[in-house]
Design a protein around this ligand. Structure first.
Ligand code: FAD
Length: 428
């Protein structure tokens, strides 16, 4: 029986494992194994909400093991360490507990087809002091770390241990922009839980962007409209500002200015993990992504696919597929089709990125974005409730791919009920 290993159970990888589990695993036509370094899955675009406390991932995260049991694949907990292409094996690093004690030794898994879907990490561009003094939002653990530091700062503010809280966010892409707005929402919410003294003016959020505008990948009209909304909330938006250093007191810019900050979040760009660089002789990009053909097979090995943020896939008309959840979703569908085609000796299909638009949610305050498509004759700016609906639809599409329509509707109902019976902010 063919062995298919998928490494990384994120936005793309978990959807793929679920699809292949249904089509092949359940029918004993192939053995599907999903490897992830975490025990649970949380859709990554929700991480800034975990950081700000507006989402409790203890409730929303999916257990890989339970999902695997219900969907015809096997889950293996562990972190990919290396690939041996010669004898078609992946090496999984020893699994250690929080104290560094080895729980499981290094293991090897044999594959016929390997799919790399390990996502990306923040790119600090080797900026001085960033690793030591900034928090990244690459994983739920990092989001929890920020959340607990933020709660401590708010506690100090409420008990007059400090006069204000300053948070700097470097990078005004979707993550930085959405987090800025979430922080004001958190302060607003927390003040209703016994911290009456907390006022928006006590929170100073500075959003720092090296380029000339925020949300550089989006249309000017979206970027201008979001910029205006952020300023209304109280965010200090600094464009054309290059950060050259982070230290214990804040940030230093290229022009020598100092931005004081109690907490700094670095969200200024992404790269694939460093260990991917030239792994097993595969072709990789400047930011360590595995270079793939239009079939999403890696350029030097047809048995190895890559999808999502860790793949570098060129687009018709120039440029590369952007590292986004909708790209990971679309790529996982194509890889599933191409794996089925390979097993049935049929020709493979090419991937074509379809941009359905981009949406930015400024917490409960506003949602804005542009819808792309033939109906809108190119791009159309939308705002408010419709924009919020489309924004949430992207997550619902992911849930449908994992759970099907009926369960997704049930989950949506439970989310609504939770919003009534649980605190609106995670307070611990
Ligand atoms: C805060 C935030 C907000 C975002 N907002 C949006 C948005 O609004 N819209 C949008 O389109 N995109 C958004 N993105 C980008 C989007 O999250 C990514 O493009 C998408 O998650 C990529 O999917 P993926 O499957 O490639 O990787 P991921 O979803 O990152 O999944 C990677 C998986 O691989 C696992 N893994 C990593 N390394 C290893 C290893 N060595 N061994 C085993 N497992 C490993 C990880 O645990 C993870 O489960 C956002 C990202 C962030 C951080």
């Amino acid at each position: 029986m063919n062995k298919i290993i998928i490494v990384g159970g994120g936005a793309g990888g978990l959807e793929l494992a679920t699809k292949l589990g249904h089509k092949l695993g359940r029918k004993n036509k192939a053995h599907i194994v999903l490897v992830d370094k975490n025990r649970t899955h949380l859709w990554k675009p929700l991480l800034h909400e975990v950081a700000a406390g507006s989402l409790d991932d203890g409730i929303d995260a999916i257990s890989y093991r339970a999902h695997a049991k219900n969907h015809g694949f096997v889950f293996k907990l562990g972190e990919l360490a290396d690939i041996e292409r010669g004898n078609k094996k992946v090496k999984i690093a020893p699994f250690c507990d929080d104290n560094g004690t080895v729980v499981l030794p290094e293991t090897e898994l044999q594959y016929d087809i390997l799919v790399m879907a390990i996502g990306s990490v923040s790119n600090d561009f080797n900026t001085k002091g960033v690793r030591e003094h900034c928090i990244f939002l690459d994983s739920p653990d990092q989001a929890h770390k920020f959340h607990s530091l933020m709660l401590n700062k708010f506690l100090q503010l409420a008990t007059h241990e400090t006069k204000n809280v300053s948070i700097a966010i470097v990078g005004a892409g979707a993550t930085g922009v959405e987090l800025s707005a979430e922080l004001y929402n958190s302060l607003d919410q927390i003040s209703s839980y016994g911290f009456d003294d907390l006022k928006p003016k006590d929170l100073k959020v500075t959003l720092v962007e090296a380029g000339p505008k925020i949300l550089p990948a989006l249309l000017d009209k979206i970027s201008t409209s979001v910029h205006r909304e952020l300023m209304k909330l109280g965010v200090d938006v600094l464009t054309n500002t290059m950060v050259t250093e982070a230290n214990e007191t804040g940030l230093v810019t290229k022009s020598g200015d100092v931005i004081k900050a109690d907490l700094i979040v670095w969200a200024a760009g992404i790269k694939a993990p460093n260990f991917l660089n030239n792994i097993a002789g595969l072709e990789t990009s400047r930011i360590n992504q595995l270079i793939v053909k239009q079939t999403l097979q890696t350029t030097r090995d047809n048995n190895i696919y890559a999808l999502g943020d860790c793949a570098s896939c060129s687009q018709e008309g120039g440029g590369f597929v952007p590292p986004r959840a909708q790209a990971a979703h679309q790529m996982s569908s194509l890889v599933a089709k191409n794996i089925l085609a390979t097993l049935n000796s049929k020709p493979l299909k090419d991937y074509k990125y379809i941009d359905y638009g981009s949406f930015i949610s400024l917490s409960g305050y506003s949602t804005v974005g542009n819808l792309m498509g033939s109906l809108t004759k190119g791009s159309m700016k939308i705002q408010g409730r419709i924009a919020r609906f489309v924004y949430v639809s992207l997550y619902r599409m992911h849930q449908v791919a994992l759970h099907g329509y009926i369960r997704t509707v049930l989950i949506a109902i439970i989310e609504r009920v939770n919003r009534i019976i649980r605190p609106r902010l995670k307070l611990h």
